[in-house]
Design a protein around this ligand. Structure first.
Ligand SMILES: Cc1cc2nc3c(=O)[nH]c(=O)nc-3n(C[C@H](O)[C@H](O)[C@H](O)COP(=O)(O)O)c2cc1C
Length: 200
């Protein structure tokens, strides 16, 4: 797929078909993640891939749908809430694979009073995650995403047997998009309103 097409095709999908996801595709997707930029060659990343129904259900047992009282959305934000909130659990149940990208906290840097470096391990893993999203689109697949809240990161990692010093920044569900998958309208900033050459 052309790169521009990949960029356009990447959307957050919350309804998936029953078609299984090929293991080879999952490997290529994670390989794309591993090629992401890295801070000081740290790359302390691991990827837990759940395809077995029991393993998946065990890992998402604490994920619940979010309350939503919007019937007739009046703007794109409300449209997103109406589509997304009730599907926070089903989108992972329908995913044929869940990838949990985890990174090991870089204690040396995180404990230093080096403010400018505190977020390097987070910044690094988000480069990995975006590569993964784009590779998923390139494979003709679709993904959902969720940032686990409260104690969920620890609970999920415990459920999958991950060592304690790892952090879960995001859950990624993968599958083939359902034919009737709903996508909320997006309003992107106008290029001419947000680009400043040489000076603001
Ligand atoms: C930091 C971040 C957190 C997100 N958390 C969730 C989430 O918890 N659940 C969800 O369904 N989508 C989540 N999303 C996906 C956004 O809703 C989605 O990216 C946005 O509506 C734009 O749509 P698009 O991805 O289809 O372009 C998150 C996205 C980002 C960047």
């Amino acid at each position: 797929m052309e790169f521009r097409e990949v960029i356009e095709k990447r959307r957050t999908t919350r309804q998936f078909s029953d078609k299984p996801v090929e293991a080879e595709k999952i490997k290529r997707i994670i390989e794309a993640g591993i090629k992401a930029p890295s801070f000081d060659h740290m790359r302390k990343w691991n990827f837990i891939v759940l395809t077995d129904e029991n393993a998946k259900n065990n890992a998402i047992s604490m994920i619940k749908e979010l309350p939503c009282s919007i019937d007739e959305p009046k703007n794109p934000f409300q449209e997103m809430v109406k589509i997304a909130f009730p599907k926070q659990r089903t989108m992972f149940e329908q995913s044929k694979a869940i990838i949990l990208p985890v990174f090991k906290r870089h204690r040396g840097i995180a404990n230093e009073k080096a403010f400018g470096r505190r977020f390097m391990d987070f910044a690094e893993i988000w480069c990995v995650i975006e590569n993964i999203f784009l590779a998923i689109a390139d494979e003709g697949l679709a993904n959902t995403m969720r940032i686990p809240t409260d104690n969920q990161p620890e609970e999920i990692l415990q459920a999958v047997g991950c060592p304690e010093d790892y952090v879960l920044p995001c859950m990624i569900g993968i599958g083939y998009a359902a034919e009737n998958a709903e996508y909320p309208t997006q309003i992107y900033p106008k290029l001419e309103d947000c680009i400043h050459f040489e000076k603001w």
